[in-house]
Design a protein around this ligand. Structure first.
Ligand SMILES: [Zn+2]
Length: 129
């Protein structure tokens, strides 16, 4: 199970992205994915300015819960948004949750993505969130 985001990391994202950040209680991420999420929030602001991210959870991969207002536009927009989000999900599958390197891989049962180096020094990673 992934831990809640470290409060100082949450505050840094909140300061940058304001109400585009989901509530702290809905964010379960380790520090290695912060820059991925930072990029996602920046990109979604220009690509889907009316979309809101309502939850983020690292659980084997990056789970992204969004809401898109039903404003009478074509429902296929939701499908397009889901597809658009896939690039971040795919990237999370190979991004180490601990150090952010691109050498992460799925650790099966534990449902975390980590590089070999961090896997060997798990305690260090856990201690620093
Ligand atoms: Zn790592």
């Amino acid at each position: 199970m992934t831990d809640p985001i470290r409060p100082d990391l949450y505050q840094a994202l909140l300061a940058k992205h304001g109400d585009r950040m989901p509530p702290e209680s809905e964010v379960f991420l380790r520090r290695g994915w912060i820059s991925l999420v930072d990029r996602l929030l920046t990109d979604i602001a220009s690509e889907y300015p009316d979309a809101r991210i309502v939850g983020l959870c690292g659980c084997g991969w990056l789970h992204i819960d969004t809401s898109l207002p039903a404003d009478g536009r074509d429902w296929t927009r939701h499908v397009a948004l889901d597809r658009w989000l896939q690039r971040y999900v795919t990237e999370s599958l190979s991004t180490c949750e601990c150090c952010g390197s691109r050498h992460g891989r799925d650790r099966g049962e534990r449902r975390v993505v980590m590089c070999d180096e961090c896997e060997d020094q798990k305690e260090r990673c856990d201690a620093h969130g």
